[in-house]
Design a protein around this ligand. Structure first.
Ligand code: GLT
Ligand code: MN
Ligand code: MN
Length: 414
């Protein structure tokens, strides 16, 4: 193939994207509760060992591009859109007005707001540091974010306490730090109750997000299960207002099964919000787009969520790769992520209604009726053949994933 001059590359991307097929029209995409984060689209590709590869981009462009794709909801950190020094000042009010106007112009809704309590130097010792002024500032930041949420019409507030931890042990008493962290969440909930009255809106749903490592070496609340224990610890004044925002990859990072982690949140009634992405077990937070690494696992996750009528947001918390251009972020990265989600969601519907899986599942639940239910040998024998269905169901799910249930076949060996 001849070299492709720079001016012809976008046309090539568009043609090959079209050739991929499987895309959904924006109107179809809008029917799903999918949210696009400001920080995901604006991610410039930077990291500790990585210089940025893309130009900065503001909320006007992100919201307009999301709208064109058919992403109907938008989420943001306070400092994604308002510089730290301008928070709570006149500039904040003016920016909020501009965001409201931009959302309205493009028909998007703000679904979630989140406070940045991990990036700025003020959080060097975490959002629940020893110095009372840091914690007072943290409480104010959370309350201010809740206010921004009400003003933008959000339903959810997310808290990822990224720097709640340490590099070296001994300087802090973890029990004290957890109490102080609870004070911050309590301040956010109390502020919310006041603000909700003031704005005549329901209070927000407050969602804790765990990540097992990064940016601290040791994390005090590393998993969604740790967060559930924290919510139930008695330290929160309004535990009923607080639930989880699990992130798919964050559960994988500690070696957990995301589907099982989601199940534990579901039985606790705490699955409020869900960050969707992909990646690898026991690696850092690579935030790859949904389904590019573990499509079968994702299908399983969505079967669970569909079966239990999860109706919260699916937040596209991934980072377009550094190799993707600014053009590619909206021409390839976001539309393809949304379309893979929709396809996997619809496929999950196929799994739930598949006659083979249905009959196998019912047979497993019916059991084999042993003559003596208190005799271990008889109970084992009664289920001996039925249990083969576990593997058969897994096989069927792979068939559904690759389309064999709809007749896709290969002529190998004929
Ligand atoms: C940060 C983190 C994400 C969280 C964001 C919410 S911040 O990007 O890596 O997983 O969801 O604050
Ligand atoms: Mn996340
Ligand atoms: Mn992540």
């Amino acid at each position: 193939m001849k070299p492709v001059p720079a001016r012809e590359q976008r046309a090539l991307i568009d043609r090959l994207m079209e050739a991929c097929g499987g895309g959904y029209p924006p109107a179809t995409r809008r029917k799903y509760y999918i949210s696009g984060p400001q920080w995901a689209a604006a991610y410039q590709g930077q990291a500790l060992f990585h210089a940025p590869t893309r130009e900065p981009i503001g909320f006007e462009d992100v919201i307009r591009e999301y709208s064109k794709i058919g992403i109907a909801h938008w989420s943001t950190h306070d400092t994604d859109v308002i510089p730290t020094g301008a928070l709570g000042k006149e500039e904040q009010a003016r920016t909020i007005e501009r965001i409201q106007a931009t959302l309205k112009e493009h028909g998007l809704q703000c679904s979630m707001v989140t406070a940045e309590t991990f990036f700025h130097a003020v959080w060097a010792a975490g959002p629940a540091a020893e110095a009372p002024e840091v914690r007072q500032y943290a409480a104010w930041r959370l309350a201010n974010t809740v206010r921004i949420g009400h003003e933008l019409g959000a339903k959810f507030a997310v808290y990822w306490p990224g720097s709640l931890g340490y590099y070296t042990q001994g300087a802090i008493d973890e029990t004290q730090t957890l109490r102080w962290y609870a004070d911050g969440i309590n301040a956010a909930c109390e502020a919310d109750l006041e603000l909700a009255k003031h704005y005549q809106r329901p209070p927000l749903k407050h969602c804790l997000e765990a990540k097992p490592f990064e940016p601290q070496a040791e994390i005090l609340l590393p998993t969604s299960d740790a967060m559930l224990a924290f919510i139930g610890s008695g330290l929160l004044k309004h535990p009923e207002m607080v639930g989880l925002n699990p992130e798919y990859l964050h559960e994988l990072m500690w070696g957990g099964a995301p589907r099982a982690a989601l199940a534990r949140a579901l039985v606790a009634g705490k699955l409020f919000h869900f960050d969707i992405n992909d990646g690898y077990r026991l690696k850092h937070d690579v935030d790859i787009a949904i389904g590019l690494v573990n499509p079968l696992d994702w299908l399983n996750v969505l079967v669970l969520l569909r079966s239990h009528n999860y109706n919260g947001p699916f937040n596209l918390d991934y980072k377009p790769p550094r190799t993707t251009s600014s053009y590619g972020v909206f021409a390839v990265s976001f539309p393809s992520a949304v379309d893979r989600f929709i396809t996997l969601w619809e496929m999950a519907g196929d799994v739930i209604s598949d006659p083979v899986i249905q009959e196998a599942t019912e047979a497993l639940k019916a059991g084999g009726a042993p003559a003596d239910p208190l005799d271990a040998e008889a109970v084992t024998a009664a289920n001996r053949e039925l249990l083969t269905l576990h593997e058969l169901i897994a096989h069927r799910m792979v068939q559904i994933l690759i389309g064999q249930h709809r007749g896709r076949s290969y002529s190998v060996g004929k």
